[in-house]
Design a protein around this ligand. Structure first.
Ligand code: NAI
Ligand code: MG
Length: 352
């Protein structure tokens, strides 16, 4: 097994958390006798400082030559006065677009040891294990025409999908559900939107190719409520760009901390893996960051790019164990006198 990983750690806590994720991947490679190769490149604020650009062409070239890109986070207060297209965040958007991934995966998992961290009742979140598959390249965020006519005082965006765009992302959802609890909930607003009617018809048609998967449809407004009331009823949630953006953030409360959330974007030239959180300038450089989101992101690299499902599960089990043993970074401690650990100590407990 050979895998070339480009690590773009970025800014703030990015280098701290990706450092621990890479250590975990190195341990997996050592134990399994795999040949993982790690290269590093600059993105975001650090790239602006050295090259004047948030995504230098050398970074993009290195990304396109790799099998997987592992990103930390970008952004910092010192760049906030720059115009949007020159800020660190522009580098990440450009990287996402250049890699071309259309299926954004965001798991929302209720870690039993963290049940008291969620604002939801323990008996509601207990056992919840949801995988969002969000379409990432279409819909309102990219549809043309789009404009703000200041004089006329009106603005418009276009929600647009083609059948092929729906099929390719729905396929990812059905395939993933096959390896899980075999249920796909497709979320739309087909009672109001033509785009959603196309979405629903296309997903229904594709479902006939996956007879062992149960497909259900939900309207997005109802889904928003069901996610909080009965999160256990969901397995894979398939939805378009805007709905997925909102619902996956909503469902993040199931997990209890932003620092616990991994993500992967599949389907493009090279898969892109990143924890959901940002660069957290308020805690950067202090050893306070929770590296588990980045470590669980590394598990997704193993699952989706290396096709090492058992090793991915081994990493997730190691995370479960350190949480059960009571180790907590500051974001998880919630003032309780638990075993407080630094970023590096938490990483060490996982990869040992
Ligand atoms: P953020 O996710 O960086 O931080 C939000 C809050 O969560 C902060 O209080 C932070 O300390 C905490 N937090 C985040 N990750 C944590 C972790 N791993 N462990 C413990 N605590 C953690 O979002 P914010 O503050 O809105 O943005 C900060 C910067 O990050 C901005 O420049 C923003 O543009 C950028 N950003 C970058 C993203 C990316 O690179 N994918 C995503 C979101 C924001
Ligand atoms: Mg968002």
């Amino acid at each position: 097994m050979k895998l070339k990983v480009l690590v773009v750690a970025g800014d703030g806590i990015g280098p701290e958390v990706t450092g621990e994720a890479v250590r975990v991947l190195r341990t997996v490679a050592e134990l399994g006798g795999y040949d993982f190769e790690f290269r590093e490149a600059l993105i975001g604020g650090v790239a602006i400082k050295q090259h004047g650009l948030p995504l230098p062409s050398s970074t993009l070239d290195a990304a396109l030559e790799s099998d997987a890109v592992l990103l930390g986070a970008v952004g910092g207060n010192e760049f906030n006065s720059l115009p949007p297209d020159r800020r660190p965040e522009a580098g990440l958007l450009q990287l996402r677009q250049s890699l071309g991934g259309y299926a954004n995966l965001r798991p929302s998992f209720a870690w039993p040891a963290l049940a008291s961290n969620s604002p939801l009742k323990a008996e509601v979140v207990d056992g919840a294990d949801i995988l969002f598959v969000r379409e990432l390249l279409g819909g309102l965020y990219f549809g043309e025409p789009r404009s703000w006519d200041r004089e006329a005082g009106s603005a418009w965006n276009t929600m647009r999908y083609t059948r092929d765009e729906v099929i390719r992302v729905a396929r990812v959802a059905f395939e993933l559900a096959g390896a899980r609890r075999k249920k796909v909930t497709s979320v739309d607003k087909a009672n109001v939107l033509e785009v959603s009617q196309l979405w629903r018809a296309t997903v229904t048609e594709l479902a006939s190719q996956y007879p062992d998967i149960t497909l259900e449809h939900q309207y997005v407004d109802a889904c928003a409520m069901h996610l909080m009331n009965t999160p256990r009823n969901f397995d894979v949630v398939l939805t378009e760009n805007l709905f997925g953006d909102i619902l996956s953030d909503e469902a993040a409360v199931i997990t209890g901390s932003l620092g616990m959330l991994p993500s992967a974007t599949l389907g493009g030239t090279v898969n892109l893996y990143e924890p959901v959180h940002g660069s957290a300038p308020d805690i950067a450089g202090k050893g306070l960051a929770n590296p588990l989101g980045a470590i669980l992101t590394a598990a997704m690299v193993l699952r989706h790019s290396a096709k090492l499902e058992q090793d991915a599960q081994a990493v997730e089990t190691a995370v479960r164990k350190v949480l059960e043993q009571g180790y907590r970074t500051a974001d998880l401690a919630r003032g309780q006198s638990k075993m407080g650990v630094t970023t590096q100590e938490m990483g060490k407990h996982v990869h040992q």
